[in-house]
Write a protein that binds this ligand. Structure first.
Ligand code: HPA
Length: 252
């Protein structure tokens, strides 16, 4: 297994199953002590730099959020040489700055998930880690992403709090009202335990949230029904600036 450093690693969420710009990509499928990752890890070249891509839900979106083997995904990426990880997370927007098709780089999160293995300190005899998680997303990588967005002229909201829910169903209006009271601006199903595991591995990890819809009851039409087609259309539209943003991140 090669461990040449990788300049940037991307984990794609709902609606992003490949990175078309990746050249000469090779597929790696390492099996970790936690099992296999969600699918092949494709490592290739983008803007002259070594870049890796993994589709979090599998390339055919076969894994729901609670069935993703987050430990295997991050352990496999780490073993292949990942250091900087940009997690693409499709989300619902709760507060007014975060409407459909917005791109955001959140700075905080709250974890509402349950029943997911959320640590590498699970096995008998493993070292007990209490990693600092005050700033769950790596401040330096966030700064790099925000500066790159400015240079690339890609609109990117700086900040916000990501609420990680269990799914796979969407939330009730009351659940979203509670998340809003808690201070959440965005809601998604895959932000945790991924961010915590990345911190345990010492990876520099940040989130690029792609707002696909207003969360339940949060938009101008409180009775709007969220459809998968809307989610996919909005992710595709919001992702238009992604290649330019990635090039600037890699250049920075
Ligand atoms: N809630 C949770 N996860 C999501 C949503 C949502 O409204 N939209 C896209 N992912």
């Amino acid at each position: 297994m090669t461990t040449d450093p990788i300049d940037l690693t991307l984990i794609g969420g709902t609606g992003i199953y490949a990175l078309a710009e990746l050249q000469d990509a090779e597929a790696h499928q390492p099996v970790t002590k936690y099992g296999p990752p969600s699918g092949p890890i494709r490592i290739g070249t983008l803007a002259g730099k070594r870049v890796a891509f993994l589709a979090r839900h599998g390339e055919g979106h076969s894994l729901p959020p609670h069935r993703i083997n987050y430990r295997a995904n991050l352990a496999a990426l780490h073993a292949l040489g990942a250091t900087r990880v940009l997690a693409l997370n499709t989300v619902g927007g709760i507060t007014e700055r975060f409407g459909p098709r917005v791109l955001a780089c959140p700075e905080q999160l709250i974890d509402y998930t349950w029943g997911r293995i959320s640590t590498y300190c699970e096995e008998e005899g493993s070292e007990v880690l209490h990693v600092d998680f005050g700033d769950p997303y790596a401040p330096m990588l966030r700064r790099t992403i925000l500066a790159a967005a400015k240079r690339a002229d890609v609109a990117l909201v700086d900040g916000g709090c990501y609420g990680a829910t269990q799914g796979p169903r969407l939330e009730s209006k009351a659940e979203i009202a509670r998340l809003r009271r808690d201070g959440c601006d965005l809601v998604g199903m895959t932000g945790m335990p991924e961010a915590g595991l990345a911190r345990e591995l010492g990876l520099e990890y940040a989130c690029l949230a792609i707002v696909a819809n207003w969360a339940a009851g949060a938009g101008p039409d409180p009775d709007e029904v969220i459809t998968l087609q809307d989610v996919l259309d909005n992710v595709a539209a919001a992702s238009a600036g992604l290649p330019a943003l990635l090039r600037e991140i890699l250049a920075g």
